[in-house]
Design a binder for this molecule. Structure first.
Ligand SMILES: *Cc1c(COP(=O)(O)O)cnc(C)c1O
Length: 371
């Protein structure tokens, strides 16, 4: 099945983003098969890493995924509306003060990261006169979110501090999971074990995508992969065990032949040698292609280097490697796909696949394949 969605008519769009839901499902099954124990959730925050949270979640439900993580309450409410109450939806950033009633009404499960969030959620439970589900995050060493060891001790000392809380999960997050040799991983694992032993018993969760590849000791009861589902390599420096999910094709809007010495683009940072054939494509940094990301496109496997700087809405390509007349207005070139992965695009820009994916533009026409 192939269907389309997006703000842009395909005829008007400058670029087409294809999202292979079948590959996302296969990646979910690959990750699940790596687990020595426990279940596998899916992280669909930031609109499913930019690929469409609802579409992704609906596809994964088909493979038995029944637990999802978003970052914001609004993301959770939207997901709940579209996929319903048969799944658990955790909110990683917790509940902003004042949003407790709305969060509870939508059946969302906040990840409580601080004593403040815990107290506000307990107050909501008292107000609503019923226990409310929650996850507790403990900081095992990333120093980003979660209860400090002293706050965990305070709960141990006064178990009533969890009154009104239906504790569904105790979790923590790894800072260096993509660096398997980092001593931080074993240290965080030890801290997590020690801290969770002080809390009432509940299912535990530690591993993100890369954490799954650190070994069974990190798996616990629930894994929380995000990026790997979307094809980002969870084992940097080693072959990518995941299937490619995204392809991006940009349309040619003009072609021309340049005279020797012609300056191309802003700042004339590029000057044409004689008789240079170029094509201008309808995609630029406003579409999430950073100025210093990978600087070539492909046509039928032939690399086409960028000529000059990336503009806001366009890029000029040197197409002289192609036989004359190969590319004309309306034809497309590949920017992400079989010849150039999201990770490669990111590496050139000094960033990570996560940032490229979540930045991919709202102006693209989107095609979902293989739901
Ligand atoms: C984003 C996030 C994940 C998913 O991480 P990936 O590296 O994308 O697999 C898991 N847990 C928490 C707490 C997160 O913030």
């Amino acid at each position: 099945m192939q269907d389309s969605f997006g703000p842009q008519d395909v005829n008007q769009a400058g670029a087409i983003l294809s999202i292979d839901l079948g590959a996302i499902r296969e990646n979910y099954r690959i990750l699940r098969s790596r687990l020595t124990r426990g279940r596998c959730a899916a992280v669909v925050k930031a609109n499913g890493y930019g690929l469409g949270a609802t579409r992704v979640a609906k596809a994964l439900v088909e493979d038995g995924c029944d637990t999802f993580f978003v970052a914001h309450v609004a993301e959770g409410i939207e997901l709940e509306r579209s996929i319903g109450r048969d799944v658990a939806i955790y909110v990683l950033n917790g509940v902003p003060p004042g949003a407790e009633t709305q969060c509870a009404a939508a059946g969302l499960i906040p990840v409580l990261n601080s004593t403040e969030q815990l107290q506000a959620w307990r107050a909501a439970a008292r107000r609503l006169a019923k226990p409310l589900p929650a996850a507790l995050q403990i900081d095992s060493g990333m120093s980003r979110l979660g209860l400090a060891p002293s706050e965990v001790d305070a709960i141990t000392a006064d178990p009533a501090s969890l009154d009104g809380i239906d504790l569904k999960l105790v979790m923590s997050h790894l800072a260096c999971a993509d660096e398997p040799d980092s001593p931080a991983n074993a240290l965080q694992l030890r801290n997590f074990e020690a801290l969770r032993a002080k809390l009432p018993s509940a299912p535990a969760s530690l591993a993100n995508s890369s954490g799954i590849f650190l070994g069974g000791g990190f798996h616990f009861d629930l894994a929380r992969p995000g990026a790997a589902l979307y094809g980002v390599n969870p084992t940097p420096g080693k072959p990518n065990p995941m299937r490619q999910v995204v392809s991006l094709a940009a349309k040619v809007i003009q072609t021309r032949t340049l005279e020797a010495g012609a300056g191309v683009g802003y700042g004339h940072s590029y000057r044409a040698a004689g008789g240079l054939s170029v094509a201008t494509i309808s995609l630029g940094y406003a579409d999430g292609w950073p100025r210093h990301a990978a600087s070539r496109a492909f046509h039928d496997g032939v690399p086409l280097p960028f000529a000059g700087r990336v503009s806001m809405d366009s890029i000029v390509l040197d197409i002289s490697a192609l036989p004359p007349g190969t590319l004309g207005t309306g034809d497309t070139v590949e920017l992400i796909g079989a010849h150039q992965t999201v990770d490669e695009v990111a590496a050139q820009a000094g960033t990570i696949g996560y940032e490229i994916l979540t930045g991919l533009g709202s102006r693209f026409h989107r095609i979902y394949e293989g739901g």
